[in-house]
Design a protein around this ligand. Sequence first.
Ligand SMILES: *[C@@H]1O[C@H](CO)[C@@H](O)[C@H](O)[C@H]1NC(C)=O
Length: 438
Amino acid sequence: MELTAAAIGVAVALSVLLLLSTAVNSAEDFIAASNLRRKSPTAGLCADVIEPSGFPCSEHTTQTKDGFVLGLQRVSSPSVTVRQRGSPVLLIHGLLMAGDAWFMDFPDQSLGFILANRGFDVWVGNVRGTRWSHGHKSLSERDKKFWDWSWQELALFDLGEMIRYIYSVTNSKVLVVGHSQGTIMSLAALTQPDIAKMVEAAALLCPISYLEHVTAPFVLRLVKMRLDEVILAMGIHELNFKRSYCNFDLLPIHPLHIVHAFSKLLITSSDIFSNLGTSIMDMMCDGHMDCADMLYSITGKNCCFNSSRIDYYLEFEPHPTSSKNLHHLFQMIREGTFAMYDYGMWKNLMYYSQPKPPTFDLSSIPSSLPIWMGYGGNDALADISDVKHTLKELPSKPDLLYLENYGHIDFLLSVKAKEDVYDSMLAFFTSLGTSSSY
Ligand SMILES: *[C@@H]1O[C@H](CO)[C@@H](O)[C@H](O)[C@H]1NC(C)=O
């Protein structure tokens, strides 16, 4: 079982989403989750998640400069009419997640619903490759080129395009709310004057620009093993754990098969690498670290999320991402930089005309742009010293909310997040004077 937990851990290594690992504490849990997944419809985020809670929701699509068709949802409150709509706010999710992440708990607990109820014009972002986006104008998901991107493109193309689209539809500057990778994207995008000029303010949960001080032992182990490079060298460009579940569904159900399926999940959906996956798991867990508490070893200790809702979360998470994205994130951990993707010296010269990738310069974020940040003492990914590094380089002084007992997932899924976190964020928006209709 340790092996199983470890394999899942790899899958979500840098992700916020340790939900997965917690969920497979027993084979029955896993099978139950698997059944749920098979049954779940994929009509769209509005129809599947938001409308069932009684919130009006419309689906939108927009195309990035490099041809990806992104899905956006616009959500309002059942009790707020269109004429009363307040400022547009864009919610931008983290790694291996998508727009559903903001609606996973009850309406009085989840940020997406809370903002809609407060009169905001809520827009839900979904980056390329996720279930709620719509592919590419010419590439198929089977093409290697479809997965040739990292958070750099998510920031400059996806987030830039979503903001531009909302700005043009609403005729109003946009409030941006990001979590985890969504904050890397936000901070990188805000260094670009043409994007920053369409943004009213930013609220960042678990803000990340530097990843030098990540403390999560399991993540550090994967970084040290160069798992990102191994995966790419093997020609695996898409990290899609749901696809592996499909293969799993074809197998007779037996706990040993679960281990087998998860070793596939780690490495590839093709059979030939499954033994390698298993031996990598052995290597990582035997004597090196305790894989029993995966949640703790990847995100830090979360105080307050509701583990009895995991079956529900698993109907949606994790969403696919690219191996190149994982590689870029691991580069940040290794090199301690907030920079563009590092291709190696020669290719860097070709792409960037310099041997090292250009850095994102936080000091070029406009000092007039109001920023709010919420960060936690138990967050093993957005470490306090990295948050301080970010703050040192920002030209403005963001409003800060520090919660000593919060881990990386709590900021999204804590059952008390409204009182602990979102009320402070809402007060920040209200203080801007332009926000909700209430
Ligand atoms: C935790 O989740 C369960 C299952 O959905 C739910 O019944 C319960 O009310 C939740 N608890 C809190 C505090 O939200």
